[in-house]
Write a new protein. Structure first.
Length: 424
């Protein structure tokens, strides 16, 4: 009965439009009052959720991404991708996907990808004759590569929740992220050919090389982060600080496009983004403690395993549950709530925790481009000035690609575990 009160109050608050973080906190508060539990438990559990050294890397990676973006990184990645793919039919759409893959190694979030790359390429694609809905669909879907290719903020959250190696999670997400990006290029090209979308002028190898050298310093940041963490030279938190210093040096002294006077604004933006994430993590940890008190994780595990003990069926049930939750809940909130609940189920059927972590992130990320709470779809639609319905119809082929990659991650362990195994 008390567990039902918790979830009903949470869902009511969500549908009233209250932000997820506060919905988690308020529903937990209602439960504590009704259950007559001392409210002093609130700061205790919130602090316990935030008291993790690894979480300190979140503001570092956010700041590094903001510095690189303000320092001209987006333009350089787009220029290289456009020079490389421009000669192909639908080249600007392919460049959109390629830019997202390059930007993923810097931002670690889908929304940042959509906002920065979409602001440039959606108007450019429309001007060149691409359909507005198609331009929005390509931009929104390709932004989901951001949280999969390292560095990834959702992977950091997953690693913190289950004490998993952040380096292994980063590596485990690299191949699925690449498969996702390459997969998005297939419908982009097929649709472009079918609709006779334009192709750009062929660029010489010299021009392509020149644009690559321009984007090199930005793309190289991912290499530094992974090499440093996996080589044991620094922790993920230290890697985030090195990424900040690297972004500052590149923006000021190499690209020379990072205005010093803009740094306070970048810092404030980073603080705001970090605060919202940390507040969410704190309230979600309180909510999670309530669920554990009510033995909800055990109930969920028993229910799923009661339906079937077949690993394939159990995996599909987990995927369906996470996909459903991802349609109305923000990615990090969903991970903080669901991952500790579902991890025991996954390990019971023999799934590796690293593989399960990537599967969970990818399942939740699909939600950022699906109604009713697909934030990336909404942002891209606003930039492209098209209705959500139009954008959603154009999005269907790309969602099919996401589901194919998700199933590969779920049922082919080597897709995620091959790269981490090389560094054991």
């Amino acid at each position: 009965m008390m567990a039902l009160l918790l979830f009903i109050s949470f869902l009511i608050l969500i549908f009233l439009g209250i932000p997820v973080a506060f919905s988690l906190g308020l529903s937990s508060l209602i439960y504590l009052i009704v259950a007559d539990i001392p409210l002093s438990i609130i700061p205790q559990k919130m602090f316990a959720g935030l008291n993790s050294f690894v979480l300190l890397c979140i503001p570092g990676f956010i700041l590094a991404g903001n510095l690189m973006n303000a320092g001209g990184i987006t333009d350089r990645i787009i220029q290289f991708a456009n020079n490389f793919f421009g000669r192909i039919r639908g080249g600007l759409g392919l460049a959109n996907v390629g830019s997202s893959m390059g930007f993923a190694g810097i931002s670690g979030t889908a929304l940042a990808d959509t906002a920065s790359i979409g602001a440039i390429l959606i108007p450019a694609m429309k001007k060149e004759g691409y359909g507005a809905g198609f331009s929005v669909a390509v931009t929104a879907s390709s932004s989901t590569v951001g949280p999969i290719i390292p560095p990834s903020l959702p992977m950091i959250i997953v690693g913190t929740l289950a004490s998993l190696s952040i380096g292994d999670l980063f590596l485990a997400g690299a191949l699925p992220g690449i498969l996702l990006g390459l997969g998005f290029m297939i419908p982009t090209y097929i649709i472009s050919v079918k609709r006779n979308y334009p192709k750009g002028e062929a660029k010489s190898l010299k021009e392509i090389w020149k644009s690559f050298t321009g984007a090199f310093w930005a793309l190289f940041m991912t290499v530094i982060i992974l090499y440093g963490i996996l080589g044991g030279y620094f922790t993920p938190t230290e890697a985030s600080i090195i990424a900040v210093l690297y972004a500052f040096v590149v923006g000021i002294f190499i690209y020379k496009e990072l205005p010093v006077k803009k740094i306070p604004e970048i810092m404030l933006s980073t603080i705001s983004s970090t605060a919202s994430i940390m507040l969410l993590v704190g309230f979600a940890n309180l909510f999670g403690w309530v669920m554990v008190s009510e033995q909800i994780p055990q109930l969920v595990a028993d229910t799923i395993l009661g339906i079937s003990s077949n690993p394939i069926v159990v995996t599909l049930l987990i995927i369906l549950l996470v996909l459903f939750v991802g349609t109305f809940m923000e990615t990090i909130a969903g991970l903080v709530i669901l991952f500790p609940v579902l991890l025991p189920v996954a390990t019971t059927i023999g799934m590796d925790p690293i593989q399960f972590g990537v599967m969970m992130v990818l399942s939740m990320i699909v939600g950022v481009v699906t109604p009713p709470v697909g934030v990336c779809l909404f942002v891209a639609s606003q930039i492209g000035k098209v209705s959500i319905g139009t954008a959603t119809r154009e999005l269907v082929p790309f969602l099919c690609v996401s589901l194919v990659v998700l199933l590969l991650v779920a049922f082919v362990p080597q897709v995620t575990l091959f790269l981490p195994s090389l560094f054991e």
